[in-house]
Design a protein around this ligand. Structure first.
Ligand code: GUN
Length: 287
């Protein structure tokens, strides 16, 4: 018996359908949800991600503003643009696509975004709220993973969960979201010595390394009927791959996500959801 595929495209569509209805409701109240994206430089992968985000916004009726900035822009200049967007009442969400060129500091840049418009949940304010179980806007990929668990009614309370990632966009927010659901969470990273042994004890493994030349989560590393969420996406031997070989893992896991068609579409869907949340927030403040 093979496990069940967690189909990101299918689940993302259910989120988009809900967002579309919410957009219609907001429009009835005179609010036209709008997301501004900032893309710095000419990283092809980033340009594709931003294009997909715009396309998804269009599908659900969210307006987009597209800021494409030169790879040589200074910290001062980008800060000024963000402050202008913060002050623009017609814009509800601001997303700075990462990574940024070396002259720009990721923390300095994303911290400039108003917490109310921070659809990536990266500002210190929103990170603090999440850590205190008062989250309002949370990073899109972790939210998407939680949506996948809920769609399949996967119980998290009391589960041993191993995360293989400690980034601000993935591992850290997931840690808080899972802990808030009473899971026991272990965060692994590049210096963890016994990843294999930790994974073998886990009910759920969430992996996001993204470099198959360095790391693959193989079937011998998981216990029978474990749940495996593959957040990674990278190009390896001319193919788009995650951290697992899905066809092998699904022979042993009870659930697993494919790449592509797994967590990727969820990230985009949750960005739409966060944009609606941000639009509702600013409308409450204006009233
Ligand atoms: N780069 C890769 N993933 C993301 C994301 O979720 N948000 C932003 N802003 N940049 C990214």
């Amino acid at each position: 018996m093979t496990g069940i595929k967690i189909d990101g495209k299918e689940i993302a569509q259910t989120v988009k359908d809900r967002v579309k209805k919410a957009v219609e409701e907001l429009k009835k109240q005179g609010i036209n949800p709008c997301l501004a994206t900032i893309l710095v430089g000419d990283n092809q992968a980033s340009a594709t991600y931003v294009k997909n985000k715009h396309k998804a916004c269009e599908e659900v009726g969210i307006i987009t503003k597209d800021y494409k900035l030169s790879s040589s822009i200074t910290q001062f200049e980008i800060n000024k643009i963000i402050v202008e967007l913060n002050n623009d009442k017609s814009i509800h969400g601001i997303l700075v696509q990462l990574p940024l060129p070396n002259q720009l500091d990721e923390f300095v840049t994303t911290s400039r975004i108003s917490p109310l418009k921070d659809v990536d949940g990266l500002t210190p304010h929103n990170v603090g709220l999440l850590a205190m179980k008062k989250a309002v806007l949370v990073a899109c990929t972790p939210l998407g993973v939680m949506e996948m668990f809920d769609y399949h009614n996967i119980e998290l309370e009391g589960k041993n969960i191993v995360l293989i990632n400690r980034s601000n966009l993935i591992g850290k927010p997931l840690y808080h979201l899972l802990l808030a659901r009473n899971a026991t969470v272990i965060t692994c990273h590049s210096k963890t010595k016994n990843i294999k042994e930790l994974c073998q004890l886990a009910d759920i493994v969430i992996t996001a390394v993204g470099d198959r030349s360095k790391f693959t989560l193989t079937p011998d590393m998981i216990k029978k009927d474990a749940i495996v969420i593959d957040v990674a996406i990278s190009r390896y031997k001319e193919k788009l791959v995650g951290d697992i070989d899905y066809d092998q893992i699904i022979q042993k896991a009870s659930y697993a996500t494919p790449v592509p068609g797994g967590v990727g579409p969820m990230t985009v869907a949750m960005l739409l959801k966060n944009t609606i949340t941000a639009a509702s927030l600013s409308s409450q403040i204006e009233r």
